[in-house]
Design a protein around this ligand. Sequence first.
Ligand code: FPP
Length: 248
Amino acid sequence: MQSNFSTRLSERLREKLHVGIIMDGNGRWATRRGLSRLRGHEAGVEAIRRIVEAAPDQGIGTLTLYAFSTDNWRRPRTEVSALMGLLRFYLANEVQSLVRNGVRLHVIGRRDRLPDGIADAISRAEAATAAGETLHLRIAVDYSARDAILNAAVKLAGIAAPSRELFSDLVTGERGLRDVDLIIRTSGEKRLSDFLLWEGAYAELHFTERMWPEFDAADLTEALASFHRRERRFGGLQALSLEPAPSL
Ligand code: FPP
């Protein structure tokens, strides 16, 4: 089940880039240092802070972070609870700073399987940050792109004249979300792992060896520089700087 629609993004944010990040390598970063995996995830939260702060100055209007996939429930119970504890902590402690920095938060994915109190904390954080105009931060929790597409298809059934735009809104849980321009994955893995499969259909991909806990503003600059060097043709013959033409 996808979360409720959020209100439409301002054009100012929509004109800026949408970047998705698969934050990978917390565990390896920690174990290589003789630390617990939890310590790696904690360092991962610090990396989130750095990147959320750096993103608006790098031309990013929407940032989608993959925090917990539907498949991550298969991890040992202690690790799942540690990750949920970090999410709870983030929601409780970060909202003031998000509001101060004009960050609007939207959590995507299922909410009905989260431990007690987290779904309410998410709703409160979203309401408190709803006026943010500097960055749209989407955090994917209990998220599966394939489930999001399947659920949208179920909702669309029975609608007389379905459009690609409506389907998009149903998949993303947002009105008029900009397609993803760039997906970054850290830690050297080169997979999409069920992340943003619909809205990332034309996304450029950037894979880096850096582990997520060490990823910083300079790494983001490097990823964006590589993105800006690419020619995006969206299936046509000429480079386009805007979104693809609507389908006929
Ligand atoms: C991948 O590293 C990372 C995750 C599965 C979780 C990402 C979570 C955070 C950055 C912190 C919690 C998030 C919030 C929003 C509070 P891995 O554990 O798969 O690393 P490995 O592949 O090296 O084992």
